[in-house]
Design a protein around this ligand. Sequence first.
Ligand SMILES: Cc1cc2nc3c(=O)[nH]c(=O)nc-3n(C[C@H](O)[C@H](O)[C@H](O)COP(=O)(O)O)c2cc1C
Length: 237
Amino acid sequence: MIDFAELKTVLAPMYRVGSPAFRARCESAGADLSYHVMLAQSPPALVDAETLSLSGKPTAVQLIGSDPRILANQAAALEAELKGALALIDINLGCPLARITGLGAGAALMQDMPLIERLLKAVVAAVDLPVTAKIRKGYSDGEDRAVELAQRAEACGIAAICVHGRTAAQQFEGVADKTVVGRVKQALAIPVFASGDVLGSASAIEYLHTYGADAVMVARGARDNPAIFGEIKRALC
Ligand SMILES: Cc1cc2nc3c(=O)[nH]c(=O)nc-3n(C[C@H](O)[C@H](O)[C@H](O)COP(=O)(O)O)c2cc1C
């Protein structure tokens, strides 16, 4: 079982970038956890343990979807097939890309809180594994709903939450609002992972020490430089 207290550096979910080989490279550089991303399908799509992890380290699987029953079935099928190889099941509530929001999934879900609650409760009930959610600051420009969303998600029984301080409208532009992570951390009892603009050890330490994040998630900084995990680990020593 994953020990959230031991996690400090996380390779963020990155569709198409997070191949097994890339994830293994980041893990050997110092990433404590990495993600495999998949669409929730009916009947459930499965993945073999070797594809999930070349390093043998338990892997997080992020599911994308909008139907509570399909997501719950997918999560249960993965758990039954891959027990031991899975660290957690994460639900994507933040992807802003049209091909995902067009399915009513990812960030589109932020516009329907009751659906998010049904979806998270269904997945939590379907598996013994920890379930987490990855959210953004809000949906449209200037929207700041992360604290409300995170509190409602926590009440559904999730084990931790990942917060990216950009709105969906921002996509990957502009600067991530780090204060969102601090505000979510103060409002919740569960661990909070910080995502957004971790480009070196200084921003990682800012999230961990100033804003109280339990772990930092690195996306583009790792895509361009997997050694960033070692740099962050050394700075934390
Ligand atoms: C190429 C790429 C693919 C991504 N794919 C996903 C994804 O599948 N699921 C997800 O939750 N976030 C995804 N993201 C968002 C990242 O996980 C992260 O939250 C975001 O890029 C902010 O972190 P950064 O400033 O360190 O890049 C992706 C980002 C990039 C750059």
